[in-house]
Design a protein around this ligand. Structure first.
Ligand code: FES
Length: 124
């Protein structure tokens, strides 16, 4: 038996904007420890390894931040704080039920366009 793949990857946006930038960002003085909370909670629950937390740059949904993306499933969670992250780990990652009330609005997260379709659109 080989080394098992992770069950989940959790991509946490760690982008911060310089002071004075009008665009919002996911990491501010109030939210700078959310990735640490995510990783620590996974460790405390004994599931780090089968759940892989990953720090990313901007995921292009800054106005809804702080955000994180759960894969598989393309589930984008928004407006995060520590309590919400803990609940997502318990209910979604362990329990198997997406926490719908924290999921991004469908208007901001519509169905993906395949790369082939995007190329075809560009060629028109
Ligand atoms: S800064 Fe986090 S989505 Fe853009």
């Amino acid at each position: 038996m080989g080394i098992p793949q992770p069950s989940f990857y959790i991509f946490k946006c760690q982008q911060s904007a310089p002071p004075g930038m009008p665009k919002p960002s996911c990491v501010t003085p109030d939210t700078q420890d959310l990735f640490q909370h995510l990783a620590q909670t996974l460790m405390q629950k004994g599931i780090i390894g089968t759940v892989q937390p990953i720090q990313t740059g901007c995921l292009n949904r800054c106005n809804a931040g702080p955000v994180m993306l759960v894969e598989p499933g393309h589930v984008m969670y928004t407006g995060l704080n520590k309590d919400k992250i803990t609940r997502i780990i318990e209910e979604h990652i362990i329990g198997g039920n997406i926490v719908e009330e924290y999921v991004i609005d469908a208007e901001l997260w519509d169905a993906p366009i395949s790369p082939a379709d995007m190329q075809a659109q560009m060629a028109r």
